[in-house]
Design a protein around this ligand. Sequence first.
Ligand code: BDR
Ligand code: CA
Length: 316
Amino acid sequence: KYKMILDLDTGVDDALALAYAVGAPEVDLIGIISSYGNTLVDIAAQNSLDLLHLLGADDVPVFIGESHSSTTDHFDVMNISQLIHGKNGIGDVTLTPSPRQVEKETGVDFLIRAAHDYHEDLILVPTGPLTNLAAAIKKDNQVAELIGQTTLMGGALTVPGNVTPFTEANIHQDPEAADFVFTHQKNLTMVGLDVTLRTLLTKNETAEWRHLNSEAGEKFASLMDFYIDAYYNLDIDKRGAALHDPLAVAVSIDPTYITGLPLNMRVTYNTENGDYGRTIGDKTQLLAPTTSKAAVLVDTDRFVKDFQNMMLTVLK
Ligand code: BDR
Ligand code: CA
């Protein structure tokens, strides 16, 4: 069985990614690292603990990651993030507090240790900024070679960004870390807005979660409905809300959900022409071998159906 680590800035779609990974029989979820983004790092960690408790997965440890990018001295949650994910990151839904605490070991040290323990059996799925992975590689450069595969949610190659015309939110939080990861980490798959915006969930599906008559079904339906309402009210998409983060988890388990374009990529930053945080092919590496790819197409119907079936099982 593959060992999976999630690196989450636990907002609404991160919560879905967590549920998907808890339910997936193919993987053994060995830990969750917490990141900043949709909310502050400590709140993200608490959300992960409480969600695991709700799902009866109290055996999965939660580690605290970096609280901000290494190019800034602190992090403030963007207004727009609070509108989409609520003030507490999970749609302002109150969960029963987990009886557990976060681990003493830092998220970065846990990732380094797991890379050495599991090598190619380790799957990493970051669905927030890439700060923790970059910090782990900077501390121990073997990490970049050791991790079996990394499937990240972030970036936009063939469609506009959601923060700026070029920049997706996770990359926008820490483009320096993202560029470092893109140029160092082996076996990288970018699951960006190119594909995640094609996987939408509606209140038809969350109504079915509610009909399970379980606490998990009720809570997940409430937090997801908050996010679907935000997509509607902010006119991001009136048809439904994007399954960004769970798609990355699904692709890490079954890459046939997507069509990947092999490409050596960079992330631009420190530029003055407005392309801060853009994910783009590396012009100097067009003839070089590739170990990374960008998802450009997705089997929408199959994924959304499989996702819904997974949720109906996990939320029972
Ligand atoms: C990404 O940004 C966060 O708001 C979401 O959780 C997702 O990981 C989408 O751009
Ligand atoms: Ca996220």
